[in-house]
Design a protein around this ligand. Structure first.
Ligand SMILES: Nc1nc2c(ncn2[C@@H]2O[C@H](COP(=O)(O)OP(=O)(O)OP(=O)(O)O)[C@@H](O)[C@H]2O)c(=O)[nH]1
Ligand SMILES: [Mg+2]
Length: 406
C-alpha cells in the first residue's frame, strides 16, 4: 500500500468556494461533511475558509488575496494540512503546495486516505492501492515521491523529466500488476458467489454512516463492525438470514458518498458486483441527517453507474429516534416553512407517499418497527423466491387463518 498521508492529530483547515450553483448554506453543509471526513482520517479542523467566485482560479483554485490569508493562518497556527472540498487538478495541487508549504489534499485524496486506513483484508487493500496509484499517476510531475528514495538530499527541487518518466513507468507497472491480481481474486469471488446457490440475494445499500451495518447486526445477529465514523465498512459481509421459514442472503457493503472518487468506484467494481447481482436492494437512509434527500440522489447516481438502478428496492428510513424537525413558532410569520420543519407524518405525505408500500421507518439502534421491517422484507423476498422456485412451495407454505397449512 502507498504510504498514507498521516493526518493523525494533524491541525487542518478546510477551503471551499461559493458559486452560482453552490450557495453559502450548501457550502457549509458540504464543509460539515468534509470536516467529518477529516475527523475520520484523524485530523482536527481549526478553521474554514471560503471564497465567492464564478470559476475557480486555474492555477491556484482560490484567488491570490485569499491565498495570502490562508498562508498567514497556516504559518501562525502551525497548520499541517489544507484540505479542499473540490477536486484539484495536478497542476493546482502542485502550485498550492509551493505557496503554502504544507500538505495539500483534495476531497478525493482525503477519501482515498480514509479507505487506505480502513482497508483490512488483502482484497480491500488491493482495491484501494489500485485507486491510489491511478490517482497518483497524473500527479507525479514535480511531486515528491517516495518511489525512489535514493534521489533525496537537501535542496532537491523535485525529480527531473527522466526521473518522472521512470516514476511513471513504475506506477504503470504497478497498476497493471494490481489489475491482474484483482482479476484473479475476482474469479475466486465469482466462483464463491456461484456456490451460494439460488437463494434470493438482498443487499443493504446507502450513504456512509446511515446504519447499514447496525441493521445487519440486528437482523442477522452477527457482529459487523459499526461505528460513528465514515466508511466503517469496506469489506463485504454476506449472512444467511431466515425470516419465518424463508431463507435468503443479506449483504452489507461499503457505503457511498457524494462525489465518490471515480478511481474508487472503478477499483471497487468487484465488491460492488455483490450489489449489482442482488435481487433486492434495501436502500437505507439516515432520516435524521439534514441532507438525507441529497444523499438519496448520490446513492442513486452511483447505483446507476454500477448498473444496479431499477432493481426492486425497499427504502428504509433509519434513525427515526434521532429525527427532530426544526421548530417553527406559531406566531412566527416571517420564517418560511420548509421541509426542515416537517414532522415524520408530514414527510410521509410527500414524494415518499409515491413509494407506496416500499417504504419503512425504523430505528435499528432502538429496534423500533423491526417487525414491520421483517414483514416487508419477507414479502419482497417471497415474491422473488416464488418466481425462482415455482414448484417448491414447501419452503413457504401458506397458512390459513386457523394456522393450518392450506
Ligand atoms: N440514533 C441512531 N443511531 C444509529 C441508528 N442506527 C445506526 N446508528 C449509528 O450510526 C452510526 C453508523 O452506523 P453504521 O451501522 O456503522 O453505519 P453504516 O451505514 O454501516 O456506515 P459505513 O459502513 O461507514 O458506510 C453508528 O454510530 C450507529 O450506532 C439508529 O437507528 N439511530
Ligand atoms: Mg457499515
Amino acid at each position: 500500500m502507498i504510504e498514507k498521508t498521516d493526518l493523525s492529530f494533524e491541525r487542518a483547515v478546510l477551503i471551499g468556494i461559493v458559486t452560482r450553483e453552490q450557495d453559502e448554506d450548501k457550502l457549509e453543509e458540504y464543509l460539515d461533511e468534509l470536516e467529518f471526513l477529516t475527523y475520520t482520517a484523524g485530523g482536527e479542523v481549526i478553521k474554514r475558509f471560503s471564497q465567492k467566485m464564478d470559476v475557480p482560479n486555474p492555477k491556484t483554485f482560490i484567488g491570490s488575496g485569499k491565498m495570502e490569508d490562508v498562508k498567514q493562518f497556516v504559518k501562525e497556527e502551525e497548520i499541517g494540512a489544507v484540505i479542499f472540498d473540490d477536486e484539484l487538478s495536478p497542476a493546482q495541487q502542485k502550485n498550492i503546495e509551493k505557496i503554502l508549504k504544507c500538505k495539500i489534499l483534495d476531497r478525493t485524496g482525503l477519501i482515498l486516505d480514509i479507505f487506505a486506513q480502513r482497508a483490512k483484508t488483502s482484497y480491500a487493500r488491493t482495491q484501494v492501492e489500485l485507486a491510489q496509484y491511478e490517482y497518483l499517476l497524473p500527479r507525479l510531475a514535480g511531486m515528491w515521491t517516495h518511489l525512489e528514495r535514493q534521489r533525496g538530499g537537501i535542496g532537491m527541487r523535485g525529480p527531473g523529466e527522466t526521473e518522472i518518466e521512470t516514476d511513471r513507468r513504475i506506477v504503470r507497472d504497478k497498476i497493471s500488476l494490481l489489475k491482474k491480481k484483482l482479476a484473479t481474486i475476482d474469479k475466486q469471488m465469482e466462483v464463491q458467489r456461484g456456490n451460494r446457490g439460488q437463494l434470493v440475494r438482498v443487499a443493504l445499500v446507502g450513504y456512509t454512516n446511515v446504519g447499514k451495518s447496525t441493521l445487519m447486526n440486528v437482523i442477522s445477529k452477527s457482529e459487523v463492525f459499526a461505528e460513528n465514523k465514515l466508511f466503517a465498512t469496506l469489506d463485504t459481509t454476506v449472512r444467511k438470514v431466515v425470516i419465518r421459514n424463508l431463507p435468503f442472503l443479506l449483504t452489507d457493503t461499503v457505503g457511498f458518498i457524494r462525489k465518490l472518487p471515480t478511481q474508487l468506484v472503478e477499483s471497487f467494481k468487484s465488491t460492488l458486483d455483490e450489489v449489482r447481482e442482488s435481487d433486492l436492494l434495501l436502500h437505507v437512509v439516515d432520516i435524521s441527517h439534514p441532507n438525507f434527500e441529497e444523499h438519496i440522489d448520490s446513492v442513486n447516481q452511483i447505483l446507476s453507474e454500477i448498473e444496479a438502478l431499477g432493481k426492486p428496492t425497499l427504502m428504509v428510513f433509519n434513525k427515526i429516534d434521532a429525527y427532530e424537525p426544526e421548530q417553527l413558532d406559531e406566531d412566527d410569520l416571517i420564517t418560511e416553512k420548509t421541509s426542515a420543519h416537517y414532522s415524520l407524518k408530514e414527510w410521509k405525505k410527500t414524494w415518499m407517499n409515491r413509494l407506496g408500500d416500499n417504504v419503512l421507518f425504523i430505528s435499528a439502534l432502538n429496534k423500533e418497527n423491526l417487525e414491520d421491517f421483517r414483514r416487508k422484507v419477507y414479502e419482497a423476498v417471497r415474491k422473488i423466491h416464488i418466481t425462482r422456485f415455482p414448484y417448491n412451495n414447501f419452503l413457504y407454505p401458506e397458512y390459513d387463518k386457523y394456522g393450518e397449512k392450506k
